[in-house]
Design a protein around this ligand. Sequence first.
Ligand SMILES: [Fe+2]
Ligand SMILES: [Fe+2]
Length: 157
Amino acid sequence: MKTFEWRDELNTGVELIDDQHQQYGRFVNGFLKAYGKSRLDQRKVEQTFRFLRAYVREHLGTEEALMKDYDYPHLADHLEQHGVLSDWVHEASVRLRKEAYSDAFAMEASSMLVDWFQTHIETVDKRLTRHLVNLAETHQDGRLRQLLKGLLKLSGS
Ligand SMILES: [Fe+2]
Ligand SMILES: [Fe+2]
């Protein structure tokens, strides 16, 4: 089963977001590993998924707040994509409580939590971070420019 491996293409140049994506990857791997051994420890599976679920909420919330605060023109599209992940995570948590281990669920989880998420970073998230970096570098209000740079911790600045 595929796990969340970091690669250069996933870097967005915004440290705040990159740090969260890497932390997310660690939660995903913790869960996938626990799920693979779930015949041994169901409690551990549910616990790792609870952490992952809370972290997904926190990370999506961070991006959504940035989009709203900085007039992101593709807000609706991005929110729709986040909805796909949130809905899956919600349904998965219900299924995990009711269903025994299955290879099919393991595959589905890795496809959603790893493949879908990495594609989301490389396309949708990077479109957002380009907007934020651009704003932090070109905004006419110097104070806002500095504030945004500090908040985003732009790599290389
Ligand atoms: Fe996103
Ligand atoms: Fe993201």
